[in-house]
Design a protein around this ligand. Structure first.
Ligand SMILES: [Zn+2]
Length: 125
């Protein structure tokens, strides 16, 4: 089965790499050009959180903490939403989606995320 996440973390498909460690690969999203949006993808192919090893679990949370800190310090991002769904053609990848002030146009809290993503894809993608 073709897996886009495997292609990205292996370098078969180009991505804007931000950081990588032994278990994870952090990059900008290929479809949604939003400042500070970071995708953290596992290097190993697996789908669900409960398939993650203890070593991978520790690695993931430490990496996400470092990225979150950089989002705050470098980009001034106060709020981040975290998403991952298991019914996807990708393997495990966590979205760290910042809330920007302009997203209030699309509603409060998480309800604004989907329309904001589509807006950016239409405008800049
Ligand atoms: Zn994969």
């Amino acid at each position: 089965m073709k897996c886009l996440s495997c292609d990205i973390v292996s370098g078969v498909r180009m991505s804007d790499l931000i950081f990588e460690n032994k278990h994870f690969h952090a990059h900008q999203d290929v479809a949604y050009p939003i400042i500070g949006l970071v995708i953290v993808a596992a290097k190993r192919h697996f789908k669900a959180l409960d398939e993650m090893s203890d070593d991978e679990s520790l690695s993931l949370i430490q990496l996400m903490k470092n990225i979150r800190s950089a989002q705050r310090k470098v980009l001034g991002i106060d709020i981040v939403y975290y998403f991952y769904n298991e019914d996807t053609g990708h393997h495990f990848n966590m979205w760290m989606m910042p809330r920007h002030p302009w997203m209030s146009t699309f509603g409060k809290s998480v309800e604004s995320v989907r329309p904001a993503l589509f807006f950016c894809k239409r405008q800049y993608g």
